[in-house]
Design a protein around this ligand. Structure first.
Ligand code: GLN
Length: 481
C-alpha cells in the first residue's frame, strides 16, 4: 500500500474500494513506528485508531452515510483539545492535562469521519520556530534529521512530510504553520483572521492567531478548509464567508492577475538560494500570465518588534491561568503561602515562555506602555493601512516564506533575537489579519524552500487558486526518508 498519496487521492481510492481505512491506518501506524523514533513528530498516539477505522469500513460496506474523510489519518498540534486526550502544549505545566471537551475543528472533523492518529509536537505554548522549545524534546527535519523542522507546528509539518498522516492542523500566530511547512516542504495555510474557529485552541495571542492546515497539496488545503471553516457561536471572532467551497474552480489560473513583490521581505540577510528561488517563482507566475511588480511596504521593518511586543502582552495574560489551581502540573497546597505556591508552580515553564512572560509583564506596564505596547499597536495599524493600500493595486503579494534555509538543531537556540528575526516575512499576515500560504517550491543542498503568497481578507478562495497555479509548475524530489 502506498502512503505517499494526497488526502483527496485517499478519498478516491477508498471510494473505489481499492483500499480500506483499516489497512491505511495500520500502515500509517507502521510508518510512525518506523520513522518517529528518529523524527519525534508525535507526543501521543491514538491507540484506538484501528478500531475506529474498522468501524468506518463497516459503515462504508453497509452503505451508510460516511463523512468526507473516510477514516483518513490526521495529526493535531498538541495545543488543540480532543476530549479525553492529553493536550500538553509541549509544556511540563500541562503534561498530564486531559481535555474535557473537543475544539470546534475537532468536532467538525469527527463529523467527517476523520481519525486523529495522534497529537504532534510544538514549541512550548507555540512560542518559537524550531520545536526546540518543546519540553519533550525537538522534532527533526525529515529532509535531514540534523536540521530543525521549523515551528512552532514542527510536529505537524514533520508528520505530513514523513507520511505519518495525510494532513495536519497547526496554529499560526506569527508564522507557525507556514514556517515549518516551508522547512519541511509541505503546504501551510494561515487563513483570514476569523475564518476558522479558535474554540478549543489553547490561546497564545488571540487577537492575531488562527488554526491552519498543513497538507501535501494545495487542493488538500482547500478540502480541509471546506470542512473546518465557518461561523462558530463559541468563537465570536469567526466570520461568515459566502462562497465557501474552496475546491471548486481551484484551477482558474492567474492570467492577468497582479502580484506585488514585497521589497522589504527580500532585503539584506535573505539567503541567496532563497532569493533565487523566489525570482524563479516570480518568473513562473509571469509565464502563466500574471503581472509582477515590486512594492515597498515600509512598516515591515518594524513588524517583528511590534509582533513580539503585542504577542508577549497577550501571552502574559493568557499564561496567568496556569496557577496550578485551575490548571497545572499539580502538587498539594499544604505548607505553602499563596505566592510561594504559585511561583513554585510557574517554575515549570520553560525558558522561552518565561522570557515572553517577563517581556509581556513589562511592555504594557504603567510608565512603559506608551513607549512599547502603544507604539507596537500603531505599527500594527500603519502596517495594515499599507497592506490595504497594496491590495487596491494588487491581487496578491509574494515573498519567500522564510528568509533563510533550515539550520542545524542547536545552532540558534541561545540567540533569541536571531530567532525572532526569522519571522520577518510571516508576521505581517497575522498583524494585518490577511490570509497567506506557503507552497513548497525548491530544494537547495537537500533543504526545502517555500514561497509565500498573500491575499486580501476574505480572498482565501482566490489565494488558493493562485497557489494551485504555482504548485502546478513545481516538481520536487521525494523526501529522503
Ligand atoms: N515564532 C513566532 C513566535 O514565537 C511564531 C509562533 C507562532 O506562530 N505560534 O511567537
Amino acid at each position: 500500500m502506498n502512503l505517499k498519496i494526497s488526502a483527496l487521492e485517499y478519498v478516491q481510492q477508498v471510494q473505489n474500494g481499492n483500499i480500506s481505512a483499516e489497512d491505511f491506518i495500520s500502515k500509517t501506524l507502521e510508518q510512525i513506528n518506523k520513522v518517529d523514533e528518529k523524527l519525534h513528530a508525535f507526543l501521543s498516539i491514538n491507540d484506538d485508531a484501528v478500531n475506529q477505522a474498522r468501524a468506518i469500513d463497516k459503515k462504508i460496506k453497509s452503505g451508510d452515510k460516511v463523512g468526507s474523510c473516510f477514516g483518513m489519518p490526521i495529526s493535531i498540534k498538541d495545543n488543540m483539545c480532543i476530549k479525553g486526550s492529553k493536550t500538553t502544549c509541549g509544556s511540563k505545566m500541562l503534561e498530564n492535562f486531559v481535555a474535557p471537551y473537543d475544539a470546534t475543528v475537532i468536532s467538525k472533523l469527527k463529523q467527517q469521519d476523520a481519525i486523529f492518529i495522534g497529537k504532534v509536537n510544538l514549541d512550548e505554548f507555540a512560542m518559537g520556530l524550531t520545536t526546540e522549545f518543546s519540553a519533550f524534546g525537538p522534532s527533526k527535519n525529515p529532509w535531514n534529521p540534523e536540521y530543525v523542522p521549523g515551528g512552532s507546528s514542527g510536529g505537524s509539518a514533520v508528520s505530513v512530510s514523513a507520511f505519518e498522516c495525510l494532513m495536519s492542523l497547526g496554529s499560526d500566530t506569527g508564522g507557525s504553520v507556514r514556517n515549518p511547512a516551508s522547512f519541511c516542504s509541505v503546504v501551510g495555510y494561515k487563513p483570514t483572521y476569523g475564518l476558522i474557529s479558535r474554540y478549543g485552541l489553547i490561546s497564545y495571542a488571540n487577537s492575531i492567531e488562527q488554526i491552519g492546515p498543513l497538507t501535501r497539496t494545495v487542493k488538500d488545503t482547500a478540502f480541509m478548509l471546506n470542512m473546518i471553516s465557518g461561523l462558530d457561536p463559541n468563537d465570536n471572532t469567526t466570520i461568515n464567508v459566502k462562497n465557501g467551497d474552496y475546491l471548486s474552480d481551484i484551477d482558474s489560473g492567474i492570467e492577468g492577475k497582479k502580484i506585488g513583490i514585497i521589497k522589504e521581505m527580500m532585503a539584506e540577510g535573505t539567503d541567496p538560494a532563497v532569493l533565487s528561488a523566489t525570482n524563479d517563482a516570480i518568473a513562473k507566475l509571469e509565464s502563466l500570465g500574471a503581472i509582477c511588480e515590486e512594492i515597498s511596504i515600509d512598516m515591515v521593518k518594524y513588524s517583528v518588534a511590534a509582533y513580539y511586543t503585542i504577542t508577549a502582552t497577550e501571552a502574559g495574560s493568557n499564561l496567568a491561568r496556569y496557577d496550578n489551581i485551575r490548571y497545572g502540573y499539580d502538587f498539594p497546597v499544604e505548607g505553602y503561602e499563596f505566592n510561594s505556591y504559585i511561583s513554585k508552580a510557574r517554575k515549570n515553564f520553560g525558558p522561552e515562555v518565561i522570557r515572553r512572560m517577563i517581556i509581556g509583564g513589562f511592555v504594557p506596564s504603567a510608565g512603559h506602555a506608551g513607549k512599547y505596547f502603544l507604539k507596537a499597536m500603531k505599527v500594527k495599524s500603519k502596517l495594515t493601512k499599507e497592506i490595504d493600500e497594496a491590495f487596491k493595486k494588487f491581487d496578491f503579494l509574494i515573498a519567500p516564506t522564510v528568509p533563510i534555509l533550515p539550520f542545524k538543531l542547536g545552532e540558534k537556540i541561545n540567540d533569541p533575537v536571531a530567532l525572532f528575526l526569522i519571522d520577518i516575512n510571516t508576521v505581517t499576515a497575522n498583524l494585518t489579519g490577511k490570509p497567506a500560504i506557503s507552497i513548497p517550491f525548491s530544494i537547495s543542498n537537500g533543504l526545502p524552500i517555500g514561497i509565500q503568497l498573500f491575499a486580501d481578507s476574505n480572498n482565501d478562495k482566490s489565494l488558493l487558486q493562485a497557489a494551485y497555479a504555482l504548485e502546478q509548475t513545481v516538481k520536487l524530489p521525494e523526501v529522503p526518508i
